[in-house]
Design a protein around this ligand. Sequence first.
Ligand SMILES: Nc1ncnc2c1ncn2[C@@H]1O[C@H](COP(=O)(O)OP(=O)(O)OP(=O)(O)O)[C@@H](O)[C@H]1O
Length: 439
Amino acid sequence: MQVRANKVLIVVGETGSGKTTQIPQFLLQSGLADISGGGGGKGGWRGGRDGGGGGMIACTQPRRVAAVTVARRVAEEMGVQLGQKVGYSIRFDDCTSPSTRIKYMTDGMLLRECLLDPLLNKYKVVIVDEAHERTVSTDVLLGLLKGVAARRGDDFRLLVMSATLDAEAFSKYFGGARAVWVQGRQHPVAVMCTTHPEDNYLDAALNAVLQVHCEEGPGDILVFLTGQEEIEGLERLLMDRAAALPDGAAGRGGGPEELLVLPIYAALPPEQQMRVFDPAPAGSRKAILATNIAETSITIPGVRYVVDTGFVKARGYHAKLGADSLQVVPVSQAQARQRSGRAGREGPGKAYRLYTLESFKALAPTTPPEILRSNLASTVLQLKALGVEDVVGFDFMDKPPRAAVVRRALSDVCGAFCNGGSGAVITVPFAPARPPLPV
Ligand SMILES: Nc1ncnc2c1ncn2[C@@H]1O[C@H](COP(=O)(O)OP(=O)(O)OP(=O)(O)O)[C@@H](O)[C@H]1O
C-alpha cells in the first residue's frame, strides 16, 4: 500500500471519488493507525484489521460544516455512534471520546493542538483534505506537518488530498513526495456554459433556478453566490417569482411543483445551516443558496443541479491601507470544478455555469494562496504563539515576501502596545542603560 511505503503522500482523485469518507476508513482497517507497542510489524506498524491499537487518524477540513457532516456520514457507514470511534472537533464543539480513532476537524483545531503537542504524538496519520484551498491555516499547518514528518519516526504518515490540487507543486514542497491518482466513481455531470456573457449574474442565477425548476426532472438545486447579502436578496426574489409562476409552469419537466429556498453561509447559526441537509418535503425541491462554504467536501443529499455564478468573495490585502478587505472576484478553474462536482454525488447531474466557455478558459487554473493576498498580522502572531522562532524564515509553500513578514512582525509589536495588547505576549528586550541615568 502506498501509504505504508511513503511517509508523505499526495492523493489526487476526482470529486466524489471517496477520498474524504473512504480513505480514513481504509487506513483504520489496514491497521496503519495502530500503536506498535514497540515490537510490532515492520517499521513500527502493526498489521491486522482495525486492531484497536489506539492511534488516531486526523482528517482536516477547511470548514466546520464539512468536518461535522463528513464525520456524521462516516459514523453512519461504519455503523457506530458519532463521537465514539468516529468523531469531529470544531471550535466550541468537541464530539470525540477516548475511543475515537478517526477524527474530522477544522485545520484551525489541529493548529491549536500543535500548540500543546508540537509532534502531534497521538496521531499516526494526519490527512490534510482539500489542500487546494490554500487558506492561511492550511499553509501554516502544511509547514508544521512537514516538520512533524521529518522529526517523527516511521510511525507517522501525512496525506495531502484534493480533487484539484497542483500535485507537482505539492510534491516538490514535500521533497519529491509521491503523488497518486485515485480512480473516481463520481456520476457524470453535464457541464453547460452560457453562450454569451451575462450582464448581471444575480439575474442570470434567478432565471437559471426557475428554468431548472420548470423544465428539469426531480433533484435539488445548489446555487453558488458570493455572500449573505446576495443570498438574502435572491432568496426573497426567488420565493416571490416561484409563487407567481403561472399554473402548470413548475414541474413541466417532471419535477416537483413547490420550491423550497434555503440559505447556507458561514454566519448562519449551525442549526440553520444543517437544514439544507434535510430531504425536501414530498412534492417540493430545494434551491440551496450557498457561498463557497458548500464548494468542497460536502455532499448535500438530493442535489442534482448546480448553478455557478462564477464569483466568490475572497480576502485581499490593501497594501496602502495596510488592511484586509473582502472582494468579489472570479473563481479559479479549480473552484469551478469543485462546484460542478457537487451535482454528481448521488446520480448523474447538470452544472450550469453562468459564464462562457471562453471565460472559463481565461480563469486562473488554481486559487492563489491566501497567504499571498492577506494581512500577515495574525499569521505572524499565530506562528509566534506556536513557538516558531524564525517567523520570517518559516517554511511556507509559497513564501510571502520577506519584507512583508518583517513589516507585519514590527507593526504587530507596535500594535500590541498601542492597543493595550492583542492577547499574545510579545516581550521587547530592555536592557539597563549604561551608565545609569539619574532617577
Ligand atoms: N452525506 C452523504 N450522503 C449521501 N452520500 C454521500 C454523503 N457523503 C458522501 N456520500 C457519497 O460518497 C461519495 C464520496 O464522498 P467523499 O466526500 O468521500 O468524496 P471525495 O472524493 O472526498 O469528494 P470531494 O473531493 O468532492 O470532497 C459521494 O460521491 C457520495 O456518493
